[in-house]
Ligand binder design. Structure first.
Ligand code: SF4
Length: 341
């Protein structure tokens, strides 16, 4: 059964797969960068960042020797900044280890073990690099593949639990085309991205319809199943923008183990239950939604003759703001300042 299924799927992919830059390379470094960028990012947005990253850091050595500030600055706007911090740390780890990826590929287990030991690299990314760069027989299960597998096998186990991940990995191992893992993984991911969509999948023209248990059992719309999501937490961020007549301001670097670690922002007061009343000029309000947090924001403007002494802040000229990596919210504040002054 699998041979026929592989043939159908790969034929479909060869006709319908998108030409994407990371599919045209076998360089494990470029594939790794693309896979990290594409986590939580749309392909069209990812392409811009991929080129930007590869242009500036064409190899693992150039990424390893860059400053974290520069890496974060290049990542700015993509969100989930731990991905950029981990990429940077992993590049340093690779360079320090002196490992040569090509030599390691001669021993599949060593390569996979090494990949998965890198910060930010899990089973999915390690499988993607091993199969796309070296054509090694490892499955690569991203959200699209989980969806296709859950429907193909009519499996209603939550795929994002420990037990679910293990089960779906077994299904993926069972289905993998071991002679053409690179093509097979690309094809099944693409089927999920273009065809077996979360809503209204096009089952009638699907190359896998003959084998699809959910189609047969009329359960397509019920799959895939996720574990219940944690409650969304509300946070209230009040940013204080101090501005002197010669255009200087204060910035703070986030250091806590929290969102936007190591990014810069204006001095912040955080409240848990809403903002207090204020007489200070408010120049903008936003609501920023993250996966488990809803961040209510307001920007308060203080026109001052001299900057106050605020703990752990640095003084910078407004003209230099764009050399600092900042969060989406701080970018919003900068856009407001550009419009106002
Ligand atoms: S038949 Fe429908 S549900 Fe099954 S794999 Fe194809 S598109 Fe997905």
């Amino acid at each position: 059964m699998n041979n026929k299924l592989h043939e159908k799927l790969i034929d479909w992919y060869e006709l319908n797969g998108r030409a994407l830059p990371w599919r045209e390379t076998r360089d494990p470094y470029c594939i790794w960068i693309s896979e990290i960028i594409l986590q939580q990012t749309r392909v069209d947005q990812g392409i811009t960042y991929y080129y930007r990253f590869i242009d500036r850091f064409p190899d693992v050595e150039s990424l390893a020797t860059a400053s974290e500030q520069e890496v974060l600055r290049l990542w700015q706007g993509l969100g989930y900044y731990s991905r950029a911090r981990n990429l940077h740390k992993a590049a340093q780890q690779i360079v320090q280890s002196g490992h040569n990826w090509t030599d390691m590929a001669r021993n599949q287990a060593t390569l996979f073990h090494f990949l998965i030991s890198l910060p930010g690299v899990g089973e999915y990314t390690a499988g993607a690099i091993a199969s796309f760069a070296y054509n090694l027989p490892y499955p690569a299960l991203d959200g699209n593949v989980y969806r296709v597998l859950s429907r193909l096998f009519d499996c209603d186990m939550a795929f994002d639990t420990t037990q679910g991940k293990k089960h779906f990995r077994q299904l993926a191992e069972q289905l993998l085309d071991r002679t053409r893992p690179r093509l097979f993984n690309s094809a099944i991911m693409e089927l999920g991205a273009l065809h077996c969509l979360p809503n209204a999948p096009d089952c009638h023209s699907c190359p896998l319809q003959t084998w699809c248990k959910a189609f047969e059992n009329n359960t397509v719309d019920l799959l895939p199943v996720r574990k219940p999501r944690p409650k969304v937490r509300d946070r209230y961020f009040e940013y204080h923008i101090y501005l002197t007549p010669d255009w200087h301001t204060l910035l703070h670097r986030r250091t806590a183990n929290d969102i936007w670690k190591h990014l810069y922002e204006f001095p912040l007061n955080e409240y848990a239950d809403g903002f207090p009343t204020t007489d200070i000029q408010c120049i903008g309000t936003y609501r920023h939604i993250l996966s488990h947090q809803r961040i209510h924001t307001r920007f308060l403007l203080h026109k001052v003759t001299t900057l106050p002494n605020v703990a752990e802040c640095i003084t910078i000229s407004l003209n230099d703001l764009d050399t600092y990596p900042v969060s989406r919210l701080t970018m919003n504040a900068i856009e407001i300042l550009d419009r106002l002054f």
